[in-house]
Design a binder for this molecule. Structure first.
Ligand code: PNS
Length: 169
């Protein structure tokens, strides 16, 4: 039977850390489904369509990667995919606390679900979406944290937001 790992997230934006987890995931599983969470309560910088476009472009040549999105509960979506494997990356101790709570909640909703954690490689341990957005909006380079495509799109979007928000003195 084909072993499918579901790798869900906000991907706002997709980082080099995410890409590293997906690529390592494809060495363990037959297929990795990278799925964007839609309709989260938190406001995202990129729309669902933009995040999907970035993911599809990034994993264009990865035959074992499928890009998708989901609404509602993750456990229900995992069922529709026919998998019980959730893949998540771990960077820090604070990640662990959040991830543990989420894994336990998912397990109580769907006992057959197994969350598999993959520890970050050291090059990616410092990467976080909020840091990336701060660096880019202040004119710095996030080239070692995100693919070029993401940096360009993020710069355009954040600088535009900044210009619109700026009030004349
Ligand atoms: O990249 P993120 O923001 O850490 O991803 C979190 C995500 C999207 C995986 C999580 O919030 C999620 O699964 N949301 C879907 C709604 C859901 O099932 N919530 C209960 C999970 S405990």
């Amino acid at each position: 039977m084909k072993r499918i790992a579901l790798y869900p997230g906000s991907f706002d934006p997709l980082t080099r850390g995410h890409i590293n987890i997906v690529e390592r995931g494809t060495r363990i599983f037959d297929e990795v489904v990278v799925s964007v969470a839609h309709n989260l309560s938190k406001k995202t910088t990129f729309t669902l369509e933009e995040r999907l476009e970035i993911l599809k472009e990034t994993f264009r040549d990865h035959s074992k990667v499928r890009v998708d999105y989901f609404d509602g509960l993750l456990v229900n979506y995992a069922r529709t995919l026919g998998t019980n494997i959730l893949l998540r990356g771990l960077r820090t101790v604070s990640d662990f606390e959040y991830e543990l709570r989420m894994a336990l909640a998912n397990k109580s909703l769907s006992p057959e679900l197994e969350t598999v954690f993959m520890v970050t490689e050291s090059d990616y341990g410092h990467i976080s979406s909020s840091l990336i957005k701060e660096i880019v909006s202040l004119g710095g380079s996030a080239a070692d944290m995100v693919p070029k495509l993401v940096e360009e799109k993020l710069r355009g979007k954040l600088l535009r937001n900044l210009r619109e928000a700026k009030q004349p003195l």
